[in-house]
Each structure stands twice: as C-alpha cells, then as structure tokens.
Ligand binder design. Structure first.
Ligand code: SF4
Length: 436
C-alpha cells in the first residue's frame, strides 16, 4: 500500500486533430494538448488552424475540461518574428480570453517564454519536457519566472520526482509522462533525424530513424552489411519500448505528480480511445479503493494492449533502462485490434434500404467514415465510454445512396451500417475488430 494523495491527478491526452480531441474528451480526458499549425513539436500531426483552435477550445470547455497548446520548438533567430506574429494572432483572435481562452501554452525555449509573457500574459505557461527539467532548482527557477507547471524530463526516477515535489511550492504543478513512445536520446534532444533526412526533431519533423534497421559496413567493402548482432532480422539498436505505467498508478500519485501525460499527437482515434478509457478507469478505480484497482489489473493490461504499441517498459521510473528496455529484433508495432471508424450519428432511414432482403420499413443505422476494411457478417466491437465493450454483428453495409455492399474496402467512404443490436451504442464511440 502506498500513501494516497487526495487530489486526483489530471489525465492529459494528446489531440493530433479535431477527431482525436473529441475522442479524448468523450473517453474521459481531464485535459488535452494540441499543436497549432506553427511552432509545435509535431509537424506531421494534423494540427489546428486558429479557427479550429477556437472550435476545439469551445468544445473542450463545454465539457468542463482544459486545453493546452504546444509552442515547444527550440527557436532560431529566424523563427522569432514568426512566433511574435503567431502570439499576436492568438491575442487578436481572442484565444487568450473568454470562452475561447487556451488554458496554457507549452513552451521549452526561454525566448518564446519571454514573448509569451509579453504578448499573452493571461495564459498560463507550462514548461515542456524538452527544456530538460531534472531537478527542483529548475522547477523553482521556472516558478519564480511565473510558470505554473513544469513537465518532468523522462529521465527521472519516481524517487527523484518525489524529491522535487518536496522542494517546490505546493501550487507548482508537476506533469510527467505516464504512457507512450520513448526517445532513445536524452529528453527528445536528438539529431538523428536532422542528420539522416534534414528534418529536425527539435522543430517537430522527426522521421524516427531510431526505429530503422542498422548494420556495420567496413569502409573498403561498400554494400556488405555486417550485422551488429547475429540475427536474421537485423538489429534495431536504438528502438526503445513504449512507456506504460498502468500498473503503478499508486506510485505515480505518491510521487506527487499532478498531471499524468500520455504521449502521441500522431496516434489514431482507436489508440486515443483505448489509452484514455483505460487510464480513466484505472485512476477512478484507485480513488474508489485500492482493492478495486488491483482487482481490475488484468482488464487494464488487456485493454491498454488492445491498440497499436511496441512492447512496454517503465522507462526510468524505477531504475536506469537496460538492454531489456529496447527491442532488438524488429521495428514493428504489436497490433491487436483494427480501427474501423467512429460512430458519427445513428440515423433512422424511414424509407428502408435499397436491397431486396430488407426493403421497406424504418431501420436504424450507424453512420461512419470507414478507416479499414470490414465485411457483412463480421463480429465487431464498439468501445463504450464506461470501459465496457459491446460486441455486435454487421448485418448490412450501405453506401450513401443506401445501396448494399458486401464489404467496405474504400478508406474514408461514408457508410451506413446495420448492426444486429444498437443497445448502448452512442455517437462518438469507436468501432474496432480483432483480427490477430
Ligand atoms: S529519431 Fe527517435 S530518438 Fe530521435 S527524436 Fe526521433 S523518435 Fe526521438
């Protein structure tokens, strides 16, 4: 048993676009973080335009949750004017006040921090993990500068985090990673991508060369690849496992962490739903009773693995990572479920369907935009917001003109699905299928 701290930690989920933002909120996030179209460290995520940001902030606030915006690149001289203009736009568009006020900016760079203080003094500032926040003096420094929260470097143990908590003001918040991909380099400060592809990880354009397959080549024998380790599949010497702390929520809380952060602004809605829902339930269960949390552990472990992941590690939280923290023999994800789509609406077709079998009469159908192929007759699973799963059979698939289809092979196609039962199915729920 570890000491329980009464204040529930925030569950902070990444939102790469409007669809994942809604999924995160629907499945139980307390807060989401997102990038604008400039200066956030995920250039390949959809990211949000100013208008989309307004819509996102309104949506999140209407649900009583918070939204943070990343501006966490390391700025070079040539970026400064652009950052200024960006902050001025945020101000001019009202994103720093009223019902469209962003709750915090996530910043790593001292220069950008200074500009934010000058141009957007009413928005709280959180200091990004990129800024290398490894000790309580750093936290106290940022507190004096007016930051509200500091995101811990991923290289800290839980004991170190506890010591930070004991040596900083009570109202200074600690955010720490709970789940998601790890960088092999120090707190994401990495030149691999820049070096190999010219795309700078520190400006949000990482091409993930740490996941590539490596070998040794002797200078005078070009083209002859000598494996670094004897293995027919090669050697992935930089390929870290993913962080997962679902089994250690009591320890994370006892370390005094205020916000549990999930990594992954590039992830699918299925991933966001599975991870958010599982951590939501685990945290809530623990606050109900530690016995309930322990009793449901198999469920959490099964559900957290029910989306794409790379094998799990506890990172630096209990000891320094060793050879078991990496995956040497492949760079592939473990893929247990396939994402089929999100229930957008449940529509009533009063004219019936355009196939002979079911002509005439009112029928209720689930509207989705297809993400992966599925067929009539398949058993699929709808993820409920409360943590349960609703297994249903696909009895029919119809195109936008209500013509029947045997399968749904076209990505993004608008489809209407007839399930054998709609009980408990609501808009916003994710539909998935187990194929492995
Ligand atoms: S290449 Fe890998 S270690 Fe480097 S920043 Fe990208 S994800 Fe992180």
């Amino acid at each position: 048993m570890v000491e329980k701290i009464t204040k529930k930690p925030e569950l902070l989920i990444p939102a790469g676009g409007m669809d994942t933002l809604k999924v995160a909120i629907d499945y139980g996030a307390d807060a989401v973080y997102m990038g604008g179209q400039k200066f956030g460290l995920r250039a390949k995520a959809d990211n949000f335009s100013i208008e989309e940001m307004k819509e996102a902030v309104r949506y999140v606030h209407a649900h009583g949750k918070k939204v943070y915006v990343t501006v966490n690149i390391f700025a070079h001289n040539d970026d400064i004017e652009g950052v200024k203009e960006y902050f001025e736009t945020i101000h001019n568009e009202g994103l720093d006040r009223g019902d469209t006020a962003i709750d915090a900016l996530l910043i790593s760079d001292f220069g950008i921090f200074t500009l934010a203080k000058e141009i957007l003094p009413d928005i709280d500032i959180h200091i990004s993990t990129q800024a290398n926040n490894t000790n309580y003096m750093t936290y106290n420094f940022w507190y004096k500068q007016g930051a509200k929260r500091v995101v811990a470097a991923r290289e800290l143990s839980l004991n170190e985090l506890k010591k930070i908590r004991d040596n900083i003001p009570e109202d200074m918040e600690i955010e720490a990673f709970m789940h998601g991909a790890m960088c092999i380099s120090y707190s994401g400060r990495c030149l691999l991508s820049s070096y190999f592809t010219g795309r700078d990880a520190n400006k949000g354009a990482c091409t993930h060369p740490c996941r590539w397959k490596y070998a040794v080549v002797e200078e005078k024998r070009p083209g002859e690849y000598l494996p670094v380790e004897e293995d027919e599949r090669g050697t992935y010497i930089f390929n870290s496992k993913d962080l997962c702390m679902i089994e250690y929520i009591p320890e994370m809380i006892a370390a005094g962490i205020d916000s549990f952060k999930v990594e992954g602004r590039m992830k699918t809605a299925l991933y966001v739903a599975a991870v958010t829902r599982t951590y939501r339930k685990a945290i809530d269960d623990y606050y109900e009773s530690e016995e309930l949390y322990r009793a449901n552990m198999d469920y959490y472990k099964e559900e957290i693995a029910a989306c794409t992941y790379r094998q799990f590690t506890t990172g630096f939280y209990f000891h320094k990572p060793d050879e078991n923290t990496q995956i040497y023999d492949n760079n592939t994800y473990v893929n247990n479920y396939i994402y089929l789509g999100c229930v957008e609406e449940i529509v009533s077709n009063k004219d019936g369907l355009n196939d002979d079998r079911k002509a005439g009469g009112e029928v209720k159908l689930v509207m989705i935009h297809q993400k992966n192929k599925f067929s009539v007759g398949e058993k699929v699973s709808v993820m409920s917001f409360d943590g349960s799963n609703i297994d249903v059979i696909v009895e029919g698939i119809y195109d936008e003109k209500m013509n029947p289809m045997e399968s749904a092979p076209h990505p993004k196609q608008l489809l209407y699905i007839k399930f054998n039962d709609l009980n408990g199915i609501k808009p916003g729920m994710i539909i998935r299928v187990k194929r492995f």
